[in-house]
Design a binder for this molecule. Sequence first.
Ligand SMILES: [Ca+2]
Length: 467
Amino acid sequence: MCAKTTLGVAACLLVCLAVAGPAAAEAQPAAAKAELPARAPAADAPEPGNPSAGGREYYVSTEGDDSNPGTLDQPFKTIQKGVDVSSAGDTVLIRAGRYAGFRVKEKHGKPGAPITYRNCPGERVIVDGYLGMYLGKPIPEDPAHTGYLGPPVHIEGGHSSYLVFEGFEITNSDPIIDDARKLDLAKPADLEIFKKKYLRAARLSRCGLKINASRSGPRHHHLVFRKLTVYHHGDTGFAGNGEDIAFIENHVYDVGGPRSGYGWYAGGKRWLFRGNVVHDCNGPGFHLYGGCRVEDSLIEGNCSYRNGGTWWHRSSKHVKKNSGAGILVWGGNNNIIRNNIAFGNDGSGITVKGHYNKVVNNTVHGNRRCGVQVESGSANLIINNIAFGQPKDLEIGKDVAAAEKTNLTADPGFVDAAGEDYHLRSGSAAVGAGTDLGATVPTDFDGVARPQGTGYDIGAYEFRAAR
Ligand SMILES: [Ca+2]
C-alpha cells in the first residue's frame, strides 16, 4: 500500500536530503497543452535539510541550558532558543527527547541558504503540546481547562521565508483530547464523563502546526516541511496558507475533534504535496480550500485513507460525524493531482472544484460516497484514473464531460485490494489502456518511468512484469 513513506520515527540521514527541491517545476502541461493554457507552476522551494556552506550549527538537548552557546557539548535546552538565535544558512539540530512547542515569527533564510530545524539524524524528537506551549507554561491539571495554548509549532504572521522543518514528531496539541481518548464512549458511564468534562473543551482544540495567514503584507513563502510525523491533535494536522510551500513525505494520523480535524487545511499558490501519508482524520485528508484558493500546485504520490468519520469518538452519536474526502480541492485552479492513492475514505476519493485542474493517473477505491468527483468548474481534465468500488465511481459535471477519458471504473485487478496493495495484476484492463500524458505524468507512484511495456497504464501504478 502506501509504504513509500517511512512511518513512525523518521530516521533521516543527511545523505537522503537531496530530493524534493523545485516543487511543481516538472509539472508542465504536455499532452494537455492544446486544451489548457500553459501556466507553468514553479516553486523553487529550498532544498530540505541542506545547510549551506558556512552556516552555523546549533544543538538543542533536553539536558542543555538556554544560557549555553548551543554547541554539541553545550547545547540549548529549548527549541525556541535555537529558533531565536538562528539566521540564514544555519541549522538547528535537535537531540532525542520530548520538547515543548515553539513559535517562529519573522524568520528569514535566503535562497540557497535556508534555516533548517531538524532532528539529529536517527534521533527521535517529539514536540509535545502536553509540555505546554512555546512560553513554557505548564498545562493545568484541570481537564476542563480551556485557556489558549496554541499549536505546538506556530509560524506566526507577518511572514517568514526560506525555512525547513524536518524529521520530528508533533503531537498532543490538545491534552484534553488526548485524555478523552482513554474513554470508551460505547459505555454510558464513560460517555457521561466525556460530555461533562471534555466536550466543551474539545471544541477549542488546536492544530498541530499552524502557518498563520497574513491579512496584509507579504505572505509566508518558501517553507519546507519534510518527514514530520503529526498525530493526536484535536484540530487539524497542518493548517495555513502562503506561497511556494512544500510538504514532502510527512505522516499525519489520528487527527480531529468534534469541530474539525483535517489532515491538511491549506491553500495558496505553488504548493507541493509529495509522498505524504494521511489517515484516520476526522475530516478530509487534504482539504485545499477555497478561501484563498490553491493554485498552480502539485499534489502527487500521496496516500490518503480512512479519513472522515472520527477517530477517538467513532462510537459516539453525540458528536457530529463529518464526511471526509481523501483529497479535496475545494476551489482552486491549474493544479495537477497525479499518482495519488485514496481508499476507504468516508466521502469521495478525490473531489475538485475549480478550473483547469488535471486529475490524472490516480487510484481511488472503496471510498464510501464516490470515487473521483468534479463538483463544479470548467476545463478540468479527468484522465487515466482508476475509480473502482464506490457507489458512484465518477461523478463529473456536464461542463467537464469532454475532458474525461480513459478512466477505468471496472475491476482493474489489483494485486491485493484487501491488503491495500493497488499495484496491477498481469492482464489487468488498466495495462496499456491509458492516454499518453507525456510530461504531465512522467513517473508512477513508485517513481517508475512511464510508460512501461507497450503503453501507458491507467491508475497510480505502471505494471511491471518483474517486480
Ligand atoms: Ca504500461
